[in-house]
Ligand binder design. Structure first.
Ligand code: BJW
Length: 227
């Protein structure tokens, strides 16, 4: 790490767990316990029941707005200041990396704090009980995030691939490594000769590619790793 000229980090929801933001697959708490996130984060769910999906995102948006970056976010921001070339590729929609001071952030799955007009993104108008309306065209608004089956923001995956292929060290932090195309990045990095380092309490499909698999919480391991 000390000698590396190029570092890329891929993060997932585990990096925000210690900020009190539940991971995508582990924790559905309280009111939302009986809903499957993989089903709610789809265009089909929004078209069928826009009110339900909007309310799920409102609940999460409030949680994110109250959350603070943790030592893992701050360690990655510190690392960026020390390495000549650094890219932070995140699947998270919570904006906590930027709030911690990271600059070169590639948000692969959008940002929950922004909304967009659904008419720009969906094949047809959603059903009853829709969320607030677009002030320009009257179509329902939706969160500016990437749902299953949707394309990633223009240029985001290209920038992420470029960073993965040109870095010397590729950190993979707090992601289950199952959602594509992001999940293909560790393999791209390893294939181009990068040293892959995983930080996760659990093994994942990334583990076999990793030169070092550090088992534990990102908020504890990352500050020690970049010290
Ligand atoms: C800790 C910790 C601590 C806990 N410290 N760690 C190839 C093969 C198979 C399928 C596909 C494929 N290519 C595409 C697909 C389909 C699909 C897909 O991948 N499906 C799989 C589930 C099989 N992909 C897509 O649909 C993508 N789009 C696409 O491919 O479009 C094609 C297209 C092209 C052109 C035109 C049109 C279409 C889009 C994927 C979008 C994903 N969106 C979501 C929702 C975002 C909004 C929201 O948040 O609601 O993104 S799904 C969800 O998963 C979210 C996350 O970013 C993403 C990844 O999850 P993540 O972050 O890894 O969280 P978890 O919960 O899974 O894991 C947490 C980890 O943290 C665990 O490992 C813990 O152990 C760990 N942990 N505490 C460190 N303290």
């Amino acid at each position: 790490m000390r000698g590396a000229r190029g570092v890329a980090a891929l993060t997932g929801s585990g990096v925000s767990a210690e900020s009190g933001v539940p991971t995508f697959r582990d924790a559905q708490t309280g009111l939302w316990e009986r809903f499957d996130p993989e089903e709610l984060a789809t265009p089909e769910a929004f078209l069928r029941d826009p009110k339900l999906v909007w309310e799920w995102y409102s609940w999460r948006r409030e949680l994110v707005a109250r959350a603070e970056p943790n030592p893992a976010h701050r360690a990655l921001a510190d690392l960026e200041r020390r390495v000549p070339s650094f890219a932070l590729i995140t699947q998270n929609v919570d904006g906590l990396h930027r709030r911690a001071g990271s600059r070169n952030v590639i948000e692969l799955h959008g940002n929950i704090l922004r909304t967009v007009c659904s008419a720009e993104r969906l094949p047809r108008e959603p059903g009853e009980g829709a969320p607030p309306r677009c002030p320009r065209c009257g179509a329902p608004l939706r969160p500016d995030v990437v749902w299953f089956g949707e394309a990633l923001p223009p240029g985001a995956m290209e920038a992420a691939s470029e960073a993965a292929r040109s870095c010397e060290v590729f950190l993979c932090v707090g992601t289950s490594g199952v959602v594509y195309p992001a999940a293909g990045l560790p393999r791209e990095a390893a294939g181009a000769g990068a040293l892959v380092v995983e930080v996760n309490p659990e093994p994942t499909p990334v583990t076999p590619l990793a030169a070092f698999a550090l088992r534990g919480r990102a908020g504890e391991l990352l500050p020690a790793l970049v010290a």
